[in-house]
Each structure stands twice: as C-alpha cells, then as structure tokens.
Design a protein around this ligand. Structure first.
Ligand SMILES: [Zn+2]
Length: 283
C-alpha cells in the first residue's frame, strides 16, 4: 500500500479549486516547532507530540481526559459552574462568550471522578483555549470542590495544570481563589491523601503560586514554561539578563521546583504507578 504521505501537499489551501468546501477536508494542524502540517487525527494518535521535531502541542482538557483516564470512566462534576462578570469589567462578558465558543467549555477547567489504570481518583485538567486557563472564581470553586469531594470519598487527586494566572477581569475575587484552593488542598493533605500535579506549558501566576506547586509529587512536561512572573517581566524589573532556558521545566527540575519530567507517552503508566504505591501505602 502506498503511504498516505506520498500525496500530502504542504499547502492544500492554495491548491483547492474555487468554491471547494472547507468541511470536506480533515482538519490539519501546523507544528509551531518545525512547520510540519499534519492531520489532527494523526497528531492525536501521537499524543499531540510532533513526530518530526518533538514539539509538545497544547492539549485540551477533554483530550487530556481521554489520554489519561480509563476509557469511559470519567464522570464530570460541577460542569455548569461558570464565572459571571462581578465587576462589570469592560469587555469581559464578550471575552467569556468568545472563550466558550473557542474552547467548547464553560470554564477553564474540567473536573470530575474517574479511573486511572483501574484506580479511582479525582481528576482535573485545565483548558488552554479558555482564556489561557486563567483562574477566576469559577475555576477556583471547581478545583476547591474537587478536593473537598476527594476528601469526602478519600480519593487521591491527579491534575494537569496550565494557566496564564489569575483572571484580571475578576480582580481580587480571582486572587482570593489562591487562598481558597490552598485551604482545600491542605485539608485533603492533612488526612494523608495523595495529590499529584502534572505541570504543562505554561503554568504561571496564581495557579503556579497555589495548587500547581502544592502537590505531593510535582511532575512536568518537557519544555514547559513554569514560573510566577514571565521572563520578560523579570528582565525588565531586575534589569538583568536571565540564564538560558530560564523557567523551562528542565531548569525548574534542576532548581528543585519540579520532582520529575514526564514525557506524554509515559504519563499514564507513571501516574498509575504513583496511585498504586500510594493506595498500598495508605492501607
Ligand atoms: Zn514539529
């Protein structure tokens, strides 16, 4: 059989005859690393890692659930919880509508219960297409409720973080989520329950400064930006040149902020192992 790639054109868009339907074509994605264009379905099979240059594409919350949890085991919690516009911040209502349309999600995090390699856990995945995973009141509330539910059901928590930080449009209400979530994480931890976070590109601001860094085991995807303020802000403030790879997960591993880097292909197995070890230790 001839390989499909034999017929692949680098730019089908230009060759399509006038009037041809966009929907006829399978969705394609260009790699930001090497510019390779490939079918979305192929990229999905490769766990959203470019097979040519190794670039880690961002993964949506639903894809994370599919990639990580046992098939069909996920039961979503608080799906309808959404942020309002408490400060009537200019443009925020429109931005929320746009984020919902772009991501297909009601908020920047999806939370629920599921099985990972046969082990029950509470699970959350943040959604980059929803305002870059920014944390407003609803995101904080969903994460807090997940930890409270995990505490009630005596479940471990596994979470994938990515965020631009607190949601400025909600002002101090978004900042107080850091304290609220931290309290819930602490209560869960105080009874000896396990929490593992996988830090993805980019985990910054109020999320990095709260529940992303409060896990018992902190894993990170290779090449992810992890930090509080971004490198440009730090350079401008301190007027110092930052070292190569500053705030990349490899750098943070070296500095002790991250416990281990974890490739996507290993994540399910490693998380399953951690849950199994903790389940057995807790008996
Ligand atoms: Zn690539």
């Amino acid at each position: 059989m001839l390989p499909k790639s034999l017929f692949k054109s680098p730019n089908l868009r230009l060759e399509r005859p006038e009037g041809a339907q966009e929907e006829d074509r399978a969705p394609e994605v260009a790699c930001p690393g090497c510019k390779r264009v490939c079918a979305l379905a192929d990229l999905e099979r490769e766990l959203f890692v470019c097979s040519r240059c190794g670039h880690y594409h961002k993964v949506g919350a639903r894809d994370r659930i599919r990639m990580t949890l046992d098939e069909g085991s996920f039961r979503e919690l608080n799906a309808d919880l959404t942020s309002r516009d408490p400060l009537a911040f200019p443009g925020y209502a429109g931005k929320l509508m746009q984020a919902r349309a772009q991501s297909g999600e009601k908020e920047a995090v999806v939370t629920g219960l599921g099985l990972l390699e046969g082990r029950p856990c509470a699970f959350f995945a943040m959604e980059h297409a929803f305002m870059m995973g920014s944390m407003g009141a609803a995101v904080g509330e969903k994460i807090s409720r997940l930890f409270e539910r995990a505490l009630e059901d005596r479940l471990p928590v596994v979470g994938f973080t990515l965020s631009g930080g607190a949601r400025v449009q909600e002002g101090v209400l978004s900042l107080m989520q850091m304290a609220k979530v931290s309290g819930a994480v602490r209560r869960h931890s105080d009874v000896g329950l396990f929490y593992c976070a996988v830090l993805c590109d980019a985990t910054t601001g109020g999320v990095a400064a709260s529940f992303a860094m409060q896990a018992d085991v902190i894993l990170a995807e290779p090449g992810a930006l992890i930090g509080f303020a971004g490198p440009r802000v730090i350079e401008q403030t301190t007027r110092q040149k930052l070292p190569e790879g500053f705030q990349q997960s490899e750098f943070q591993l070296d500095k002790g902020f991250v416990g281990r880097l974890c490739r996507r292909s290993e994540q399910r197995e490693l998380l399953g192992l951690l849950l199994r070890m903790h389940g057995e230790a807790g008996k």
